[in-house]
Write a protein that binds this ligand. Structure first.
Ligand code: PLP
Length: 376
């Protein structure tokens, strides 16, 4: 078994794995399960700083993004796609799929979205039903200031849809304060449960937008309206994956009992960035460094495959490359959720130092020593 140091899925604690093996009831018919589901949703809402309702959907993170677009888009609706990365751009496909008209706000892929530039753009262009933006665009490790972006959009009455699947619980998320109407999260990033579940928080404005639609939502599985009144009716739109939700609950209980998670993640990220830079490696981004994942360019002396394979074979540690336009160009170290601990990161730095040196990269310092020096 490798030590998984990828930016999702992340390491899963034993108590989460054990919770998935608890005795099952019939989640369709047992009212205790409906209570458990609602209680878990309320815990998630409170950890994300919102009074809005949370819904847990039976599908990977991607389902949350699709459900947002399916539920909000009517044929002909104009949607603003604010993007500086792979996931940001990808929202446009879901909008088109459900008959909407995506309009791009393209931004530089090496820097965080500049709220002032966006603000100027919005002065001329603001006739949108909703806008999408990604908090942490994982393939490049880009962190966008959604806390500034969403209030700008709300000034024009534009609903805000944010993908924070790999941002939340690493970088700060405060849904109500940031004015996020629909937030998407997933089980397998900082939450540190196995892959399989997505959850969304939905504001009253989102509920209203779904109610006043002139056309029905063109999906059942991806319809957020299908959950409406589930608690009163004691009826889910489809059978809930009870064991997955038991695991998710244990993972959120872990987060609730670890108030230092976010701060620790930041200290680890900061030490990793400083160590890599001082050793002569080049961080991929110029600004907008997410605390959940560190991304560096592949040194000219070697290749992505060579690094990943030696890390696995010699050190039993799994890192990640990237995809799309970044395929083969960068290495990603995921230090979110359970991965955000000193021991695993020190081991990763040690292994990376050995691997790069073996592959002919002339480091200007030992990564482990530098990491120790900067981790306070
Ligand atoms: C992981 C991730 C998702 C969900 O993708 P899956 O393929 O379902 O894991 C969505 N958005 C972002 C930014 C992610 O990092």
């Amino acid at each position: 078994m490798y030590k998984v140091m990828t930016p999702g899925p992340t390491q899963v604690k034993e108590n989460v794995r054990m919770a998935r093996s608890l005795v099952c009831t019939n989640p369709d018919l047992d009212e205790d399960f409906v209570e458990f589901y609602k209680d878990t949703c309320e815990l998630i809402s409170s950890l994300l700083g919102t009074k809005n309702e949370t819904l847990i959907l039976d599908g990977e993170g991607i389902l949350g993004l699709e459900a947002a677009c399916a539920s909000l888009t009517e044929p002909g609706d104009k949607v603003l796609i604010i993007e500086n990365g792979v996931y940001g751009e990808g929202f446009a496909d879901f909008v088109s799929m459900y008959g909407g008209v995506p309009e791009f706000y393209h931004a530089d892929r090496l820097n965080a979205i500049d709220p002032d530039a966006l603000s100027s753009y919005l002065k001329e262009h603001h006739d949108y039903k909703y806008a999408t933006v990604v908090h942490c665009d994982t393939p490049s490790g880009m962190l966008n200031p959604v806390e500034k972006i969403c209030p700008l959009l709300k000034e024009y009455g534009i609903l805000t849809v944010v993908d924070s699947v790999s941002g939340m619980f690493g970088n700060h998320m405060d849904v109500d304060k940031f004015q996020i109407d629909l937030l998407c999260g997933g089980s397998q990033k900082a939450v540190s449960a196995p892959p399989g579940l997505t959850f969304v928080t939905i504001s009253d404005a989102v509920k209203n937008a779904m109610h006043v639609r002139k056309t029905p939502i063109r999906s059942f599985y991806a319809s957020l309206l299908a959950f409406e009144g589930y608690y009163e009716k004691k009826w889910f739109p489809y059978t809930m994956p009870i064991s997955d939700i038991y695991g998710l609950r244990a993972a959120f209980d872990n987060i609730a009992s670890d108030p230092e998670l976010e701060e620790r993640t930041h200290r680890i990220a900061e030490a990793a960035r400083r160590a890599l830079t001082e050793a002569g490696l080049k961080l991929h981004l110029e600004s907008g460094f997410s605390d959940t994942v560190t991304v560096f360019d592949i040194p000219a002396e070697t290749t992505c495959d060579a690094i990943l394979s030696r890390m696995k074979k010699e050190h039993n540690i799994m890192l990640a490359g990237s995809f799309d336009d970044l395929s083969g160009k960068v290495i990603r170290i995921g230090h979110m959720g359970n991965n955000a601990n000193f021991e695993d990161m020190a081991a990763t730095m040690y292994a990376l130092s050995e691997t790069l040196t073996f592959l002919g990269v002339n480091l200007k310092g030992d990564l482990t020593g530098l990491f120790l020096k900067y981790y306070h």
